[in-house]
Design a protein around this ligand. Structure first.
Ligand code: MTE
Ligand code: LUZ
Ligand code: MOS
Length: 747
């Protein structure tokens, strides 16, 4: 089935925040943000700005009626800086004006005098100064200390991975409208409508039931709107409440890039030990996460780094410690993979460094250590592994040995151009690592004309979750998908939602929808059995008709629905779903945090121009564990998008803050993302038919985040190409591998 949004997308008719028709009297907000990364506000002068034409009001921390607090996990982040600023881009004042232009013009006239304090941008320095967001955590399996003596090879090293700008095409924004009795409706470009609702309720000191947050769809979120949409919702709601007028704020790209957090940069240390047979016996890693100036989601991101620190390998002795380090950067946040890719980069780097030292291909070490079913992850869960199946299928299907020798032949024949090749296996746990977040609800209404309306907590952001939910209902009812509509995500229809995140939205909200539909179906069947004078077990709904005893009757869906209504039986259901079997005990760092894991393996080939240092990705060939994909087009799209995003992070996207904490890569002229010319020339995705995972919706495994991690292979492929030209090159593990770094490696 095609993506239900494709028709309106193609025609430019899909509605995003900025497309919502504006109500008469709407005002526009704009934020004045700190030009200094760390300091004490001495004077904030808004006089000249206030006198600008069209300016209605300028709000500061003192105007906030509730709490000046937006921290989601830890209450450590002010909505508007009161006395201290903690990062460049921290909101200090909110201008509200009759037009967008007037609001932004007034922002430029605000003056602030800040006594500077020392600026920290490096997580290791933050750690040394004791600037930690939460106490460190350590995951342990076996005993590394005693394992080192059995190792033939012990290799140590350090890695760096940089941040990443989300670059959702639709920037952050919100539109708040005053309703009767002091209620506020907020249209928000958010992955977490409930998070926005909760934050606004706190900031305004209003009960949550007064705040209606509504989200039709996002022009991309990628994690950037899991937690960080709340501030913009709160700004609009604040001004809306205080002025009793509708207030809108849709950020300019540069405002968005400057003021919002990104993927967490990490600096990490590793030590890996192998025996003669290339079995990894011991692995130690220390992660220094650059959290930025406030917690945001950093503790949860840090946790996922630890969960994925051994990627798809079984290592009997592991000790991994992570520090969440407070720096003077905008608070970093969720980004597709959520700390997992950062953890996986380190083990892959350790394997590559070990391979170089031992003198074997990295793939020999990778293959030797893949997880088998029953193997234990460092956090205690037992693997139901597809790692070996994916690896073997990759080798067979794409003739990896042949690809390898083709690369070697090419390199022998081409003195000034080299190819590099790498295999990247992945393993990603599906579920929010915070167990309580794994719950969802769905509200299904069947109307008397046979049409169906569905609301869930899932937010459509291009990943196709609405199409999948619609498929669930169409399949359970066995009716034409055109009869079904997925409604906006709205906190008055569905309460207490978890954000659409952790790749789990289709599973959680799809399962809730399945339960609701099955319940309604039961009632419909009861009525059908009555009408047809038979037992309910003999009734089936198939292709829009009632079937009795395997024979199609003349009673169609619509008639049955009407009959059910006439009998005064409910045609609506609100269902709740939570995956069974999840638990985690953080006091011992053991449990069963994930419903299941997604596996896969990719082969990536690149070509480096050894005069210029520029490069191309020739191909990405993937065997991906999709379970039984319920929508191949969408799932392949998710794989392709994730891969390109991962390659971008690893090869060209370079977030640069200067030593004063100012973002230098603050526009698309200075921040390079993959474009049509730099995407891989070939991407082939094959799905591995794997064992049934009934915790996945219709056995169709979650696909949102895992493919991003195939992109890590591009880094190691590039490294191999540079080494093919210059075997003596001293190359660290410092992503992204930009053309500049490639060129330096060739010298
Ligand atoms: N795909 C598109 N087109 N746009 C997005 O913003 N976000 C990704 C992924 N795929 C995203 C996307 C992220 S970070 C997550 S967690 C999942 O989609 C969330 O959706 P799901 O749970 O329905 O997979
Ligand atoms: N968000 C979250 C996530 O709150 N918890 C998670 O485990 C998670 N994982 C991936 C992406 N977002
Ligand atoms: Mo995705 S990082 O879970 O929003």
């Amino acid at each position: 089935m095609k993506n239900i949004d494709s028709y309106t997308h193609l025609r430019g008719e899909s509605v995003y925040l900025d497309d919502i028709p504006v109500i008469k009297g709407t005002l526009y907000a704009a934020v004045f943000d700190s030009p200094v990364a760390h300091g004490v506000i001495r004077v904030l002068d808004i006089h000249e700005a206030s006198a600008m034409p069209g300016v209605v009001e300028i709000f500061t921390a003192r105007d906030i009626p509730g709490e000046n607090q937006i921290g989601g996990i830890i209450p450590d982040e002010e909505l508007l800086a009161d006395k201290h600023v903690h990062f460049c881009g921290m909101p200090v004042a909110l201008v509200v004006a009759e037009t967008e232009e007037a609001a932004r013009a007034a922002v430029k006239k605000i003056k602030v005098d800040i006594d500077p304090l020392p600026v920290i941008t490096d997580p290791r320095i933050a750690k040394a100064k004791g600037e930690l967001i939460i106490p460190p955590r350590t995951f342990k399996l076996g005993n590394t200390e005693t394992a080192w003596k059995d190792c033939e090879y012990i290799i140590e090293g350090q890695t760096e991975t940089n941040g990443q700008e989300h670059l959702y095409i639709e920037t952050q924004g919100a539109y708040a409208i005053p309703m009767e009795n002091g209620a506020i409706r907020v249209y928000s470009s958010t992955q977490g409508p409930t998070a926005v609702q909760r934050t606004i309720s706190k900031v305004l000191g209003l009960p949550m039931h007064k705040i209606e947050v509504d989200t039709t769809r996002l022009g991309g979120g990628f994690g950037g709107k899991e937690d960080q949409a709340s501030a913009w919702g709160a700004f609009c709601a604040l001004a809306c409440k205080l002025l009793n007028r509708p207030v809108k704020y849709s950020l300019h790209r540069m405002e968005d890039m400057r003021m919002t957090g990104k993927r967490h940069p990490y600096s990490s240390d590793f030590k890996i030990g192998l025996n003669k047979e290339l079995k990894i016996l011991a692995y130690e890693a220390t992660f220094f996460q650059n959290a930025g100036a406030a917690a945001d989601l950093s503790p949860a991101v840090m946790e996922r780094t630890l969960f994925h620190c051994t990627n798809s390998y079984f290592i009997p002795n592991v000790k991994a410690t992570a520090f969440s380090c407070r720096t003077n950067l905008p608070p970093n946040t969720a980004f597709r993979g959520f700390g997992g890719p950062q953890g996986m980069f380190v083990i892959e780097a350790a394997i590559v460094k070990a391979a170089e030292k031992i003198g074997v291909p990295a793939s020999a070490i990778q293959e030797k250590n893949l997880l088998s079913t029953g193997d234990e992850f460092p956090y205690g869960q037992k693997a139901e592994s597809e790692a070996i199946a994916c690896w073997q299928e990759l080798n067979k299907h794409f003739d990896i040995a042949g690809m390898h020798s083709a690369v070697n032949e090419y390199n022998q024949a081409h003195p000034l151009s080299k190819k590099g090749f790498a295999i990247m296996p992945i393993c990603f746990g599906i579920s929010f690592t915070k167990t309580l977040m794994n719950q969802a609800r769905s509200l299904v209404h069947v109307y008397t004309d046979g049409s169906v309306g569905i609301s869930t907590g899932a937010v459509e952001m291009g990943q196709g979750v609405n199409t999948k939910i619609l498929q669930v209902a169409a399949q359970v009812f066995s009716i034409d998908p055109d009869l079904i509509k997925i409604n906006s995500t709205n906190t008055w229809r569905i309460a207490n939602t978890s954000p659409t995140a952790a790749s789990a939205a289709a599973d959680l909200n799809g399962k809730a929808t399945e339960i609701a539909c099955i319940e309604i179906l039961k009632r419909l069947k009861t009525v059908a059995a009555e009408i047809l004078n038979t037992s309910i077990e003999k009734i089936e709904l198939r292709d829009g008709f009632v079937w009795a005893d395997g024979v199609q009757t003349t009673t169609d869906w619509k008639t049955l629905v009407m009959q059910t209504y006439i009998k005064r039986i409910s045609l609506s259901e609100h269902a709740h779903y939570t995956p069974p079997g999840l638990s985690y005990d953080a006091s011992i760092e053991k449990g069963h945090p994930f419903a299941y894991h997604v596996y896969g393996a990719a082969a990536i080939t690149v070509t480096v121009d050894c005069l210029r240092g520029i490069y191309e990705v020739d191909s990405v060939k993937v065997i991906h564990d999709a379970g039984e994909s319920m929508n191949k087009l969408i799932d392949i799209g998710q794989c392709e998008g994730g891969i390109v995003q991962g390659i971008g992070w690893m090869t060209m996207e370079e977030v640069v803050y200067d030593k004063d904490g100012k973002l230098r890569s603050n526009a698309l002229s200075t921040y390079k993302v993959p474009d049509i010319y730099s995407v891989p020339k070939e991407i082939i995705i094959e799905f591995l038919k794997t064992s049934k995972t009934n915790l996945a919706i219709f056995n169709s495994k979650a696909v949102g985040e895992p493919p991003l991690m195939y992109g890590l292979g591009a880094y190691f492929a590039l490294r191999n190409a540079v080494k093919a030209y210059n075997p003596k090159a001293e190359i660290g593990f410092d992503a992204p591998f930009t053309p500049e770094k490639v060129l330096m490696g060739l010298l």
